[in-house]
Every structure is written in C-alpha cells, then in structure tokens.
Write a protein that binds this ligand. Structure first.
Ligand SMILES: NC(=O)c1ccc[n+]([C@@H]2O[C@H](COP(=O)([O-])OP(=O)(O)OC[C@H]3O[C@@H](n4cnc5c(N)ncnc54)[C@H](O)[C@@H]3O)[C@@H](O)[C@H]2O)c1
Length: 316
C-alpha cells in the first residue's frame, strides 16, 4: 500500500486546525502540535486516527520532535488577535515572529518540506482605495497582528531565496463555522449566534457599517487541500468569498435565520478596524481551481443548527 504523506498542523487543536485535520485525514497522515494540556474538544472524533504532540511553540525544543518525517506543515499558531495585538506589540513580535523564525531555521535542513502559512486577508492590507482587494495591493495594517503576519510572509520569502524553502501563504478572510470559539472576538458570526441563542444582546463596535468578507470554513478547507498539490510560482493567495456584508446585514440575517429578534448595543468603534475588506480570490480560482460554494445564509443556518445541538447537549 502506498504510504500516506505526513502533514503537521501547528495549532491543530484550534478552530481552523481541527477543520484542516478533518478535511485531510482520508488522504494524509496527520500530526497535530498544540499547547500542553490543550482542550481536545475540537478533535475528539479524530483522536484515534491522528498523532498528537503537545508543547509550546515558543520553545523550539518542543517543536523539533514534531517535525520528524513531515512532508507538509500548516502553521496556524498565533498568540494574538487583531483587536488586542496593539496593546503589546513587542509580545506579538516575540511570540509570533521570533518563534516562527526559529521554526524556519529548523526547516533549512529539510528543504523538501512544504510550509503553508495562514496569514490574514482581513488585516494585512489595512484601508484600501478600492475593493475587492488583490494580492498586489499595498500593505498598511492598522494592527500589530497584521504587521507580524506580513513579517512572517517576508521571512518565508527570504528563506526561499536563501535556502530554497518551499512555502505558500494563504491570506484568509473571515472564516466562520462549526467549532469556532465565540469568546474569541475574531469570530463575529459565531459570537452573535451564541449571544442570540443565549438570549443575550449583540454588541457592535461602531455603527454596524463595517463590511467584511465571510467564508464558510469548509469552503476554505477545500482550498487548503488543493494547495498541498500545487507547485506553481504564485506564493500568496487571497482566500475569501469575494462578497462583502456589513455587520448590520449580518445581524439581520441572523435574526431571520434564528427567528429571533436580538437586542443590539452599539459601542464606540475600534481603531484597529478597517472600514471595508473584501478579497479578490481570482488567483486561487485560476491557479488552484477552487471556488467558494456556500452562500452566507446557508452557512449561517448550518452553524446555527450545530450550535443549537451543541448547547442542547452541553458540548459548549
Ligand atoms: N479565525 C480567523 O478569523 C482567522 C482569519 C485569518 C487568519 N487566521 C489565522 O489562522 C490561524 C488559526 O486561527 P484559529 O481561528 O484556528 O485560532 P485558534 O485560537 O482556534 O487556534 C490556534 C491554536 O494554536 C494553539 N496555540 C496558541 N499558542 C500556542 C503555543 N505557544 N504553542 C502551541 N500551540 C499554541 C492554540 O492552543 C489553538 O489551539 C491563526 O494564525 C490566525 O491568525 C484566523
């Protein structure tokens, strides 16, 4: 029998990582690296079929054993989120950029290993003169999180130039879907749905006019699966739905789908938020033959069903 290629998912116990593991499990042998004693709730159904290595990404001696025999790496570990990253930029650089550089140094000796870095299409561009935003757009992030993502992107380029490192970068828009953590302010749809289910008010930063590009997580996973087989020259891909919705539109959709009328509390807007972010994913469509498939209403309805069940069975 042909031996399966080995995929390491750094941060594989989280929202996106657990979906990558699930999407690739049939075709690849999966190893997850995540924090010591991390919650296994996202990967419970997969546990018998995957290899788990626990440790601290900031400690390279913890990471090294996880790299053994690996063909592909998805790098998803991140210590900050856009909304809070400006409060301690030094910490953001130390824990994300420096630790990633230590990882890249290890990969100098294993150039056959391909690394896929999940960057942020929502923050690396900042405010742009127009939308949709292509990969060629200028980069003026409004948060440290976006800057450290760009720094890592540049080091990947440098390590390819110096050592032949094989890498690809996915600038992901705003993913939403089953298992996303609603306490994490990165997942607006999930947080709003949870509050609606619990009969709590929805809090909106600003007047609700901010526009984002939301992509259903399983659509994004199909793209990530394709990138493993890709060997072309394009290194950076935007991955989004290509459609923009304001926060007020999302609230309206959630009200219709859940048949509930949530109370809305408008709060002061945040300096880290760009006004409009919609990604142009033409390159991913052309080079990877990928297409987002799930309309927003359908995706939200799926997640709502999942959440209602999870709340009823007290999984969450
Ligand atoms: N969720 C989004 O909206 C979004 C959008 C674009 C890009 N991204 C990026 O995708 C990646 C994954 O996002 P996510 O939403 O799945 O986040 P997540 O928080 O659900 O998952 C991250 C995982 O990394 C692990 N981790 C964090 N620090 C660690 C450390 N020091 N050592 C070992 N493990 C550690 C966490 O335990 C967690 O399981 C991140 O890099 C994020 O910046 C996320």
């Amino acid at each position: 029998m042909k031996q399966k290629k080995k995929v390491l998912i750094l941060g594989g116990g989280g929202f996106i990582g657990s979906h990558i593991a699930e999407a690739l499990l049939d075709e690849y042998s999966i190893r997850i690296f995540d924090k010591k004693n991390f919650s296994h709730k996202n990967i419970t159904p997969l546990r018998g079929d995957i290899d788990i290595v626990e440790g601290d990404f900031n400690n390279i001696t913890d990471v090294e054993p996880a790299l053994k025999g690996i063909d592909y790496i998805f790098h998803l570990v991140c210590s900050t989120i856009p909304a809070t990253s400006n409060t301690n930029c030094t910490y953001d650089i130390e824990t994300n950029v420096i630790s990633t550089l230590k990882l890249l140094s290890c990969l100098k000796h294993t150039p056959r290993c391909k690394i896929i870095f999940i960057s942020s299409g929502g923050t690396v561009y900042g405010n742009t003169p127009s939308v949709p935003i292509s990969e060629q757009e200028n980069n003026y992030p409004l948060c440290s999180y976006g800057i450290t993502k760009l720094m890592i992107e540049k080091y990947l380029y440098l390590y390819r130039h110096l050592y032949g490192l094989d890498y690809y970068i996915i600038r992901l828009s705003n993913p939403y879907g089953e298992r996303q953590d609603w306490h994490n302010s990165q997942g607006l749809i999930m947080t709003f749905l949870y509050n609606v289910c619990k009969g709590r008010p929805i809090e909106i930063w600003g007047d609700g006019s901010i526009v984002r590009d939301y992509i259903y997580i399983r659509d994004a996973m199909k793209c990530l699966a394709k990138i493993l087989m890709y060997s072309g020259d394009t290194r950076i891909f935007n991955v989004g739905s290509g459609r923009g919705y304001s926060i007020n539109e999302i609230v309206k959709k959630i009200g219709t789908i859940t048949d509930k009328n949530p109370r809305i509390v408008y709060k002061t807007n945040r300096s880290c938020d760009v006004q409009t972010n919609i990604l142009d994913s033409t390159l991913a469509r052309q080079e990877l033959d990928w297409e987002p498939e799930t309309p927003l209403d359908k995706g939200i309805a799926r997640v709502y069903r999942w959440m209602s069940e999870a709340i009823a069975t007290q999984v969450v």
